[in-house]
Design a binder for this molecule. Structure first.
Ligand code: GLU
Length: 423
């Protein structure tokens, strides 16, 4: 049974990568780049697979598989998070690193895309086991990462605490202080103020701009958020504080829905460190059910492949804001586009995280730290600029919003590769 799920997961990740490559090809074609540019950008420049032996609490050694992908480094060092999840595969990490390049290009950050992952399930590990996996992963990849080579960050199930252990391991190996090796750190270790809620705040800004395009006022909006982790939870709070009704939220095991609006602060108080809260309620619906309930804005903020050809015809929202990476399949996207549902694609909606990671790296490099207000003001400027650029290209070139975002996002990488004489 578990092998079957594994095979299905692998197949899904392979499709994800193939779809990404298709859009990359289409975007580069629309911009008149040659075949060689696509050939170099369709796969990561460098991909490392490692095996990490970890002594578990019961005394036995378990071997974990990890990956680090560096999609392109023509513009600057690679940049992107590390995911700890049982479904991590090589193809998924590759696709995620390509998306990171697009985010960095779209937000004009001086980075190429990177991504890492370890196949493990932190939900079933003790804290010391998690620490040993984090440190083991850094030892395994330490030669190819660093503040001017490749800068990791958090992703699914990796927290500021995990970043702290990773920083400590890296600086121990290198015998010098290098806070710019990793971002998403706690403020005490050189993290940026505002980084923790940056992705959610960016999603919120994108959501607000999308609502404006559809002539909707914030006080009239109802929002459903799938996921209640760092991104979903913070977004729910920001919406709630702004007077936007959050009528649905979910975690990995179920969903809560109330058309009158949910009491977000009390749900956040009840939440555990993995964003789980629905297990404390009886009146729970399924994640699948939540996605097709009535609302103005639907925000998938969990994992990939949630909106498929099966549920896309049933979605009632008029705006889809992709807070998660890759929540919509290619088939679903076609259906949503035909139905006139405005898609704010992941590479645009959730890039507030990497943008503030960039601010964190800048602060580390200069040793001078900004206030939360300064960080959030700069984030707002970047989000609005990327949003306007994407929507303008979508309109002028008459293409979908995802393709438009890829066109804007890939341009700088393609130009840098040409200038360097790589193509
Ligand atoms: N993991 C986040 C993402 O997918 C953040 C990456 C970063 O901060 O480098 O965008």
């Amino acid at each position: 049974m578990s092998t079957m799920i594994n095979e299905q997961g692998k197949q899904r990740a392979a499709t994800l990568l193939e779809n990404t490559q298709k859009i990359v090809k289409e975007a580069l074609g629309k911009l008149d780049y040659d075949e060689a540019t696509y050939e170099l950008l369709k796969e990561p420049l460098r991909f490392l697979e490692v095996r990490i032996p970890v002594r578990m609490d019961d005394g036995k050694v378990e071997i974990f598989t990890g990956y680090r992908s560096q999609h392109t480094t023509a513009v600057g060092p690679a940049k992107g998070g590390i995911r700890f999840h049982p479904d991590v595969t090589a193809e998924e990490v590759k696709a995620l690193s390509i998306w990171m390049s697009i985010k960095c290009g779209l937000f004009d950050l001086p980075f190429g895309g990177g991504k890492g992952g370890v196949v493990c399930d932190p939900r079933h590990m003790s804290f010391p086991e998690l620490e040993r996996v984090a440190r083991g992963y850094v030892r395994a990849i330490s030669q190819i990462v660093g503040p001017s080579k490749d800068i990791p960050a958090p992703d699914v199930y990796t927290s500021p605490q995990v970043m702290s252990w990773m920083l400590d391991e890296y600086t121990t190996i290198n015998e010098m202080d290098k806070p710019g090796f990793i971002t998403g750190k706690p403020v005490a270790l050189g993290g940026s103020r505002g980084r923790e809620r940056a992705t959610a705040l960016g999603v919120f800004i994108a959501l607000r701009e999308a609502a404006k395009l559809k002539n909707k006022k914030p006080e009239d909006l109802s929002v459903i958020i799938q996921g209640f982790g760092n991104v979903g939870g913070n977004l729910a709070k920001i919406c709630y504080d702004a007077g936007i009704k959050v009528i649905g939220i979910s975690d990995a095991y179920g969903a809560l829905y109330d058309p009158k609006g949910l009491e977000i602060p009390s749900l956040l108080e009840k939440r555990d460190s993995f964003g789980l809260v629905t297990n404390q309620f009886d009146d729970v619906i399924t994640n699948a059910d939540l996605l097709t309930r009535e609302c103005d804005i639907l925000v998938p903020a969990a994992l990939e492949n949630q909106i498929t050809e099966k549920n896309a015809p049933l979605i009632q929202a008029s705006i889809l804001v992709e807070a998660a990476n890759g929540p919509t399949t290619a088939e679903a996207e076609e259906i949503l586009n035909k139905r006139g549902i405005l898609i704010v694609p992941d590479v645009l909606a959730n890039a507030g995280g990497v943008t503030v990671s960039y601010f964190e790296w800048v602060q580390n490099n200069q040793g001078y730290y900004w206030s939360a207000e300064e960080v959030e003001k700069k984030l707002e400027e970047k989000m609005v600029a990327a949003f306007v650029n994407t929507m303008t290209v979508a309109k002028e070139r008459n293409v979908g919003t995802r393709l438009a975002a890829y066109m804007v996002g890939l341009k700088k990488h393609a130009d840098a590769m040409k200038l360097r004489g790589w193509v």
